[in-house]
Design a protein around this ligand. Structure first.
Ligand SMILES: Cc1cc2nc3c(=O)[nH]c(=O)nc-3n(C[C@H](O)[C@H](O)[C@H](O)COP(=O)(O)O)c2cc1C
Length: 260
């Protein structure tokens, strides 16, 4: 199977073998990165200043550079612009101040139904002249591996087989069931959400992640199918002077970081 031919691929020879070469970045400004991470706060009150389209696009592009399981990009972002729909979305977000005052409201959706399509797309658009055999096998297998089947029937069969195999060697324990596949898509989508809010910050805008919304109403508003999971709504805009309600609280690191 051949991938997309690329003439500008950098390669390096190691032990007589030609390898793809992407050098590590150098001179990254840690202080600038720290400033973005430390100044990001959940902002619940925004000014009227709009976010320029170019900024929004750049932030979304950076969001979608987040790591994603198997490279399968299970996310979607709905930028709700229609005034009628925006009003309904604010209502679905329980009329929270962060939603009411946001210049932009973005519904972040995790999709479980594109595994098959995107696995094939990955093989078609593989960024090297030839798709390695292992990669080919992997993307041919994933659609079967992640398909839960009616009432999780395939998932249960896979779980039974895997638990036998797991007695003798480490095996992947999922995602097999519908819930597990939803969790799978949610993890990668949440990482993209974090990239998105940090990117807003780097551009001088702020945001608030919200899971306080009526899922049924959001689903109806965006006509989401069962395989599309709205995981959060992100309100974004310029921070009002009183936009952060409280100082940030983080507990002692000993509670969370364990060296074993
Ligand atoms: C998944 C998620 C859901 C959240 N939902 C809401 C929400 O519905 N409304 C809200 O005002 N804040 C929401 N927040 C913001 C949190 O309350 C906030 O991140 C937390 O209090 C820590 O404050 P900080 O973000 O300023 O560090 C949410 C945050 C996350 C990560």
């Amino acid at each position: 199977m051949t991938g997309k031919p690329q003439s500008n691929l950098k390669t390096i020879t190691i032990n007589g073998k030609t390898r793809y070469h992407e050098p590590a970045a150098s001179n990254i400004d840690v202080a600038a990165f720290r400033k973005v991470v430390e100044s990001r706060r959940s902002v619940r009150k925004f000014t009227d200043k709009p976010i320029p389209q170019a900024v929004l696009d750049d932030c979304l592009d950076m969001a979608m550079l987040a790591p994603c399981s198997s490279g399968l990009q299970p996310w979607e972002f709905y930028i709700v612009r229609s005034p009628r729909k925006k009003a309904k979305l604010v209502e679905a977000c329980m009329s929270q101040s962060a939603a009411k005052t946001a210049a932009e409201l973005i519904v972040c959706v995790a999709r479980t139904d594109r595994v098959n399509e995107f696995s094939r797309k990955m093989l078609r658009e593989w960024p090297m002249p030839k798709v390695p055999l292992l990669v080919q096998r992997y993307y041919q297998l994933i659609p079967y591996s992640y398909a839960p089947g009616p009432l999780n029937s395939f998932a249960m069969m896979k779980k039974a087989a895997i638990s036998v195999g797991g007695l003798v060697a480490p095996v992947p324990r999922g995602p097999f069931t519908r819930n597990e596949v939803e969790l799978w898509a949610t993890k990668s989508t949440a990482l993209a959400c974090e990239n998105l809010v940090l990117a807003f910050c780097a551009h001088g805008f702020d945001s608030c992640m919200m899971e306080g919304f009526d899922e049924v109403r959001v689903r109806k508003l965006l006509k989401l199918t069962d395989n599309m999971l709205p995981i959060m709504v992100i309100g974004a805009g310029e921070r009002a002077e009183d936009g952060v309600f409280y100082p940030q609280v983080r507990f002692d690191r000993e509670l969370f970081v364990h060296e074993i």
